[in-house]
Design a protein around this ligand. Structure first.
Ligand SMILES: [Zn+2]
Length: 232
């Protein structure tokens, strides 16, 4: 008797009701989730790609969250220089990303812009979300800071990601070589010391950033008109 009951119970509990519908063409569990890191200097189109990727996944009926930190708009949004923009969740230092995501009913993917500014612990949390919760994570950010030293979060992404891609969307140094590194410029001169994160390129800030090739990042030449000592 008990054998029969078990036989009957099996199909019910054994075959979990996956909420498959037209909106979820890929049943969960059919493949491993992935952690991907896309990196490049500023202006290489990272945020534009992040928004495009969100659009593509959303069209397939997947549910995602957009995260960012220190976006250039100053608010919790992902904005790109070509004018697209979407609301996003600001990743504060203390934010637990596993808690954030698991509080939702269902999240299939995360778009993590400016991931270079997250904490290393938060990168670990992203890996947990991939491995333990089946969430695809697409992270975007700079690899190195203005000194050409790797951001700790970017380094951890290099170490953990399933896939790392360098984005090169025609950002050129003034000399015409591919732009690879961000230089911090204060008063017309490249600086090599200071706080790791200083928001620049705003009206209120004396700091601006310029993309240079490796050669000119190392030599400190900023090109015609900007490299000369300020006349003041
Ligand atoms: Zn150059």
């Amino acid at each position: 008797m008990s054998h029969e009951v078990m036989e009957q119970a099996k199909p019910l509990s054994w075959h979990p009701v996956t909420h498959s519908s037209a909106l979820s063409p890929v049943p969960s569990g059919s493949r491993d989730a992935v952690l991907k890191f896309y990196f490049g200097p500023m202006d290489c189109g990272k945020s534009t790609l992040a928004l495009q990727m969100n659009y593509n996944h959303r069209r397939q009926g997947r549910r995602g969250l957009l995260l960012t930190k220190h976006d250039r708009s100053g608010g919790p949004k992902i904005t790109s220089r070509i004018g697209l923009g979407l609301e996003a969740i600001e990743v504060d230092d203390g934010l637990d990303l596993v808690r954030l995501v698991t509080a939702y009913d269902r999240i299939d993917y995360l778009i993590c812009d400016e991931a270079c500014f997250y904490s290393v612990e938060q990168i670990e949390q992203l890996a947990d979300l991939v491995d333990e919760h089946g969430v695809d994570v697409f992270a975007f950010g700079l690899a190195s800071d203005f000194r050409s030293v790797m951001f700790p979060a970017a380094q951890r992404l290099f170490e953990l990601a399933d896939e790392v891609s360098r984005l090169q969307v025609e950002v050129l140094c003034w000399c015409g070589r591919p732009g690879q590194l961000n230089a911090r410029v204060v008063g017309g001169a490249l600086v090599r010391a200071g706080e790791r994160v200083v928001i620049g390129d705003t009206d209120a800030s004396p700091v601006r950033y310029q993309v240079l090739c490796r050669r000119h990042h190392r030599s400190g030449e900023l090109g015609e008109g900007t490299g000369d000592p300020s006349p003041e």
